[in-house]
Design a protein around this ligand. Structure first.
Ligand code: ASP
Ligand code: MG
Length: 415
């Protein structure tokens, strides 16, 4: 049987009892084929370690200054769980050993706190796995070419798992988490939401970046680039019963049962900024969005329209809630240079999106969406589209109503 990489996140290894449960799931697979397991730190551990580095005056990750000692501290959470899981497996009679990033080795660049994977020579791991020993790998960490420890960004263990799967040529990368797969929408909002047996990489990318927190965006990007089949599974399932369970994230061509729309996603982490009375001439957008980019503000949806007044335009765009105040500050500071009358911000908005690769070849997807929203009296403020996604910005109070209406309109209740 082909090699398997399994990954367990922080909640799945939160205490010894759960680590024992994980060990039973791993043992069931290891009886059938060569296995590597990637683990996160115990839930909450990494936050605690980050707080320690703050207290010690280290430069937090994400800041321009790169701090190699930050990585030494925060990488330690994964070392603990790797060792514990290997220990528990051995006590069950399953040959196992832990592997830290530098022991594999997992080479990364030297952007401490947010390093990118570079190269993973697979020989040592493959020899151990094929020799029947479970390789328990500390996720989230790597090392630079000159031997310093790195971490690959918060939530990075998913990406470690996919990178390892690509390196050892695994037949699947099984990501165990606290949900049992990818759903047509959030089951907490729509009880008729269904688990998808398969979803394409591209659809999953849209879902992931829209806040369906099942897989990290980077891990899906890497899986797509390296063509690694990923399976999302529940770590609360019974050991040895993973066959046919979960959701497989794979190439579009491998999905037999085609759908036009696969899912409805939403995000409440949105703020809408409106600029009124802009001059209508070339260079205005460059001025606005150049300044926002320099201030590290990520802009999502953008619409521009003519104002009533001759030669004037209005512009609306959305940013994440935590960037809203900064975005307003940035444009306000350049009010005279940009030349607008007024700026307003609205945080009571939500973005609802329908996603599906079938949109590429089917007409009428937008019509269905706008019809369903109109029937419920939901007003659309901003629209944006991509090849496989239509998003609308609406009043946040209507989020659940809109999600349910769209879920029904595309027949996702009856998959
Ligand atoms: N432990 C790391 C974090 O909390 C990596 C991960 O869990 O994926 O960000
Ligand atoms: Mg995670």
């Amino acid at each position: 049987m082909s090699r398997l990489v399994m990954k367990f996140g922080g909640t799945s290894v939160a205490d010894l009892e759960r680590i024992r449960r994980v060990a039973r799931i791993v043992a069931a697979e290891a009886a059938r084929r060569p296995v590597a397991v990637v683990v996160s730190a115990m839930a909450g551990k990494t936050n605690e370690l980050v707080a320690w580095t703050d207290g010690a005056g280290g430069a937090a990750a994400g800041l321009p200054m790169s701090d190699d000692e930050y990585d030494v501290v925060v990488a330690s959470g994964e070392q603990v769980t790797a060792g514990l899981l290997a220990m528990v497996l051995r006590n069950m009679g399953v040959p196992a050993r832990s592997w830290l990033g530098w022991q594999v080795p997992i080479y990364t660049d030297d952007a401490h706190g947010r390093a990118r994977f570079d190269e993973i020579p697979p020989e040592k791991l493959v020899a151990a796995m094929d020799g029947g020993e479970v390789a328990v790998i500390a996720g989230f960490q790597g090392m630079t070419r000159d031997g310093r420890i790195t971490t690959v960004g918060r939530g990075g263990s998913d990406t470690t798992a996919v990178a390892i799967a690509a390196a050892v040529g695994a037949g699947s990368c099984d990501i165990y988490t606290d949900v049992d797969g990818v759903y047509t929408t959030d089951p907490r909002i729509e009880s008729k939401a269904r688990r998808l047996a398969r979803i394409s990489y591209e659809e999953m990318l849209e879902m992931a970046s829209l806040g369906a927190k099942v897989l990290s965006t980077r891990s899906v990007e890497m899986a797509m680039a390296r063509n690694v089949p990923v399976r999302v599974l529940s770590s609360f399932a019974e050991p040895g019963e993973s066959d046919g369970q979960g959701t497989i994230v794979c190439d579009e061509e491998e999905i037999v049962e085609k759908r036009i729309v696969s899912g409805v996603a939403f995000s409440r982490d949105e703020a809408k900024i409106s600029l009124y009375g802009l001059p209508d001439h070339p260079g205005v957008s460059r001025e606005i969005f150049g300044r926002l980019a320099d201030a590290n503000v990520n802009v999502d949806m953008i619409v521009q329209s003519h104002a009533h007044r001759e030669g004037a335009a209005n512009m609306e765009f959305t940013v994440g809630k935590r960037d809203a105040a900064r975005a307003v500050e940035v444009v306000r500071a350049a009010k005279d240079i940009i030349g607008f009358d007024d700026v307003a911000v609205d945080e009571d908005v939500a973005k609802v999106s329908v996603i599906g690769v079938g949109m590429r070849s089917h007409a009428g997807v937008a019509k269905t969406m706008f019809g369903a929203l109109a029937d419920k009296g939901v007003n659309i403020q901003v629209i944006s589209t991509s090849e496989i996604k239509i998003s609308v910005l609406i009043d946040a109070a209507y989020t659940e109503l809109a999600v349910r209406a769209l879920h029904a309109a595309y027949g996702l209740d009856r998959l």
